[in-house]
Design a protein around this ligand. Sequence first.
Ligand SMILES: [Zn+2]
Length: 244
Amino acid sequence: MATKLGFEYQIIRSKRKSVAIHLRNGQVEVRAPKKIDPKWLEQFVESKADWINTQLAQQLKNRSEQYRLADGETITFLGRKLQLQLRIASRNKVYIEAGRLCIEGRIEQSDKALKLFHSWLKEQARSYMMPRTEAYAARLGVEESLQQIRFRKTRSKWGHCSSKGIIQFNELIMLAPPEVVEYLMIHEVCHLVHMNHSREYWKLVESHCRHYKKTKTWLTENGHRFWFDTVEQEKPYLNLVPVG
Ligand SMILES: [Zn+2]
């Protein structure tokens, strides 16, 4: 439905009892009960137009800031800027050399390069974060409670600590500056002491990470960059030169 509001929206009617607005990939979806008055619904959407436009602009900005896995693009690794170099080769290999992150292998298809990159990143996260997380746990005297450290790319959280003592990290955090990675490790290890976000919990975090508020804000403002745009890769393989 075209509108004067600055965006278009689609109405999805179902058995639901309330009205909800969903924004996904720049699309506005209005979910409403079957028997709702169309006039009322139109006014409702109109009353939310400012909020919708702000959200759409934010989503668009976030998407444009996402890192892209393409030759010549720049990404960060532990806060350090690296230029991507993608090359077709007979052997899979990912390595850092002279300010570049080189991804080589059978990467004729764009998702192959991303797969190689992600498995490399997971390895890096394991070797960097596991010993440090264990050391923090020892420092807090909770090494007995720490059962396992896992790495998983979850959309909703950068880290998680279960009541069973299993700490999970999103390996994409390795693209953030070291102090942010440190904050995340401390955040999760402190949950082995307090399974909540109480005042005591944050006090403990602060005693091990004095600038945690700054790093926390940094992550909120910049974390979206680390999600590689896999849906829309406009120029994934320009400048590809075969080697090996
Ligand atoms: Zn937490």
